[in-house]
Design a protein around this ligand. Sequence first.
Ligand code: IGP
Length: 269
Amino acid sequence: MNADTLPDTLLRILADKEAELRERAAATPIGEMERRARDVGRPRDFTGALCDAVAEGRIGLIAEIKKASPSGGLIRDPFDPAGLAQAYEAAGAACLSVLTDAPWFQGSPADLVTARSSCALPVLRKDFMIDPYQVFEARAMGADCILLILAALSDAQARELEEVARGLDMSVLAEVHDQRELDRALGLHTRLIGVNNRNLRTLQTDLATAEALVPQIPADRIPVAESGLRTPEDVRRMAAVGARCILVGEHLLRQPDVTEAARAMVQAG
Ligand SMILES: O=P(O)(O)OC[C@@H](O)[C@@H](O)c1c[nH]c2ccccc12
């Protein structure tokens, strides 16, 4: 990627990721991490769970578990990944997304392990993937899907990371912000194309981003509208342009009754 054109926050996050990666790989070499990834059992079907929800006429909700974020500050305290996983499952969410990044989102691999073992839902490791090591690490901690942020990756990197995930039978969510990134994402195998409504430079969300890009996604792919969704009306706006799968975090996490809030979104479509 051309570092000159990357938004500042993303650049700083990626620099921290490089350092974290070096540290982790020194503690557990990649060969050992790959062995753990292959030993952990079969992943849950993340893409299938979204397809099933949509086929049954529901919204395919990927419900997010995160304690904090650069744009939202501290979002939920006390933070209980097991309780949240169960609340989301009870609400009819199709999948979970769990932040594992520590410096910027106060997440950890332990949050993913705890959340996944507390429910039967497939889980996305929400982190900044730049190296195959992290894909093995994701599977070893139980993740069923990884996120590829096209803005942070070259085409060669994205292809390499996708190949590793496919070799482990994991799903891949390719995330885009504009037409150029969408065109690049369509060069990948994955059917899951996430359109992030959050502008990486301003950190503001605008549902118009998904409204413009989702109609450009071919019918053999599965569009996922990400970020900034707060109301059932927002969900209907996304469904109206063709995104019946959504990724929602902050709004749900700020509610006292998480199950009730998540159910309202699942049933909005
Ligand atoms: O909390 P929100 O606005 O509902 O957004 C959820 C999710 O889309 C957001 O957390 C996200 C989308 N892409 C990311 C990449 C990295 C970290 C976080 C994200």
